[in-house]
Design a protein around this ligand. Structure first.
Ligand code: PMV
Length: 305
């Protein structure tokens, strides 16, 4: 049996602006999806969603991963088991992680020789097939790991502080939110374009502080980024409630991560405040996860992993 895992991701800066070619800073977080694969008589995919064969409704990402790999090698029977720590549909990149981990697990099992670049590209093709449109960010960050400036694909140093995620557990449709921003931009081009430009500038300015490990200044900028996300209409009462719960309980900063509308917020903490912030998020009705960023993208797990 082979086991591979891949991480989820958060946006420190730049969601929505990146759709218009501006810069963003994303990082992989230590919440992983594990995919176990072994050769078998039939094709079987097992997850909390159920046990199926190739099934584009229930297991679309894994089914397309098998289909793609069948172009490279003869896959007639394989058992695939998925275990995930990444909440589904919350903007933390769960679909990219399962896709990337599945491709890499099959790549190892059948010795196909795909490079990380191949895996990131194939993963993005699969996300586009399932979602109609998808940015390459999630699959790239999940494959490569680390803190990544996009679209430049530049690796930045890791943040050493704890990251507390607050999940509203409310559904967020990236497609719908991206569409809403596009409509607002058509209605008020001068205003919205300058906000998106300024969000992009924030990533450029923050790069230096990420290099210096200056979390207070990174935090100040992330809070400004949050204000601009609210300005373009991707906030919600629940997201704001978690943002303020985190900030008022000692977080360095707090902002939405990803498309907004629902989904998650992230906050930067220190070792003394992470638990307090997590509790404040829970008291405000969210689900808290304390994590950190990771330089490890998709990886082969040890045999008993
Ligand atoms: O919520 P997510 O993880 O799907 O992130 C969406 C990020 C956007 O910038 C809003 C859209 C995109 O494709 O980059």
């Amino acid at each position: 049996m082979i086991t591979c895992s891949a991480p989820g991701k958060i946006y420190l800066f730049g969601e929505h602006a990146v759709v218009y070619g501006e810069s963003a800073i994303c990082c992989a977080v230590e919440l992983r999806t594990k995919v176990h694969v072994e050769k078998s008589n039939d094709i079987l995919i097992e997850s909390t969603l159920g046990t199926t064969g190739i099934d584009y409704e229930i297991h679309p990402y894994v089914s397309y991963a098998i289909e793609k790999m069948q172009r490279l090698t003869d896959i007639t029977g394989v058992r695939i088991r998925i275990e995930s720590e990444i909440p589904v549909g919350s903007g933390l990149g769960s679909s990219a992680a399962v896709t990337v981990a599945s491709i890499q697990a099959l790549n190892h099992l059948y010795e196909c020789g795909l490079s990380l670049e191949d895996i990131a590209r194939t993963g993005h093709e699969i996300e586009k097939m399932v979602q109609g449109n998808a940015s390459p960010t999630d699959t790239y960050v999940s494959t490569m790991g680390g803190v990544v400036m996009i679209p430049q694909r530049k690796q930045l140093p890791l943040l050493k502080c704890p990251i507390v995620i607050g999940n509203t557990n409310q559904f967020s449709s990236t497609k719908e939110l991206v569409g809403n921003v596009a409509n607002l931009r058509s209605e008020f081009p001068t205003i919205i374009e300058s906000i998106l430009f300024n969000i992009g500038q924030m990533s450029m300015i923050a790069e230096k502080f990420v290099h210096e490990g200056d979390y207070m200044t990174i935090g100040k900028l992330m809070n400004v980024n949050q204000g601009l996300l609210d300005a373009i209409g991707v906030g919600s009462a629940e997201l704001s409630s978690l943002v303020y719960a985190a900030r008022n309980s000692g977080a360095i900063c707090a902002k939405i991560t990803g498309a907004g509308g629902g989904g998650c917020i992230i906050s930067l903490a220190d070792d003394n405040t992470a638990m307090t912030i997590a509790k404040a998020i829970e008291d405000a009705g969210g689900e808290a996860i304390i994590t950190k960023n990771t330089e490890e993208g998709v990886r082969l797990e040890p045999l008993n992993g």
